[in-house]
Design a protein around this ligand. Structure first.
Ligand SMILES: CC(C)(COP(=O)(O)OP(=O)(O)OC[C@H]1O[C@@H](n2cnc3c(N)ncnc32)[C@H](O)[C@@H]1O)[C@@H](O)C(=O)NCCC(=O)NCCS
Ligand SMILES: Nc1ncnc2c1ncn2[C@@H]1O[C@H](COP(=O)(O)OP(=O)(O)OP(=O)(O)O)[C@@H](O)[C@H]1O
Length: 196
């Protein structure tokens, strides 16, 4: 069985994913895969430099993530260009990892996919677990974690579907406004309900 873990930016997916990892579930993390597919020397990174310019590169040849983020979160056309370039590579690598884990005999796999709904990847997974927070809390945590201004954080939040829409497509929702322990209790009861 594949559990799709999703939510919105800074809603707490990584926090819940860490709890699932601690319980022994294998995790395929789309954000991590998205870093692997643009490592120095990859054709993807060369293409990103060609399309977005030298400004998105660090001197050591790695991707300047802040600079690329500034470009794509403010501009839907550029975001689409980046998505079109990277998403097929991310998807292929995630499927390869999934197949390998099943071959190794794993029964339940977690796929942490921030853009599961935006990219219409619902068919990748058997159950969808959404990590939700109020917009106020999301803004607060995002500004704090990424040291962003209110305006920058709002721009990033608006680049994704509203969390209320994602809740509608969920098999279960964790409301992560309270403490981490309160979210853990919710996770545990969902795992019992799903018998995993
Ligand atoms: C723009 C980049 C370089 C910014 O890097 P940075 O280290 O600042 O952020 P990070 O990768 O940790 O992403 C943080 C969060 O931003 C959100 N996010 C990232 N990319 C996108 C996008 N294209 N559209 C909407 N939200 C996005 C996700 O919620 C993600 O969890 C990076 O996010 C990226 O390469 N994005 C394109 C690939 C992608 O779509 N990744 C999302 C998972 S598939
Ligand atoms: N219940 C909580 N109480 C306090 N802080 C929290 C809680 N849950 C998450 N956080 C903090 O909020 C921030 C966002 O959480 P996290 O990184 O897990 O979100 P995410 O959904 O994985 O984000 P992204 O989409 O950007 O990858 C982090 O700094 C995290 O430590």
């Amino acid at each position: 069985m594949i559990i799709g873990l999703t939510g919105s930016i800074a809603s707490g997916k990584s926090t819940i994913s860490a709890m699932l990892k601690e319980k022994g579930f294998p995790i395929i993390d789309a954000d991590l895969v998205a870093r692997q597919v643009v490592e120095p020397g990859t054709a993807n990174l060369q293409e990103i430099e060609r399309v977005f310019g030298h400004v998105v590169m660090n001197e050591d040849g790695t991707l300047n993530r802040d600079s690329l983020g500034q470009l794509i979160f403010h501009d839907p056309a550029k975001r689409k260009q980046l998505n079109d370039l990277m998403h097929p590579a991310i998807r292929n690598e995630m499927l390869r990892m999934r197949d390998k884990l099943f071959e190794q005999g794993q029964k339940t796999i977690i796929m942490d996919i921030p853009l599961l709904f935006e990219s219409r990847l619902q068919h990748f997974v058997d159950k969808i677990l959404v990590v939700s927070v109020t917009e106020e809390m999301q803004l607060h945590r995002l500004m704090k974690r990424n040291s962003l201004s209110k305006e920058e954080a709002e721009t990033r939040i608006q680049s994704q579907l509203p969390i209320s829409e994602k809740e509608k497509g969920a098999d279960a929702v964790i409301y992560n406004n309270g403490s981490i322990d309160q979210s853990k209790v919710q996770l545990e009861s969902i795992l019992v309900e799903w018998d995993i």
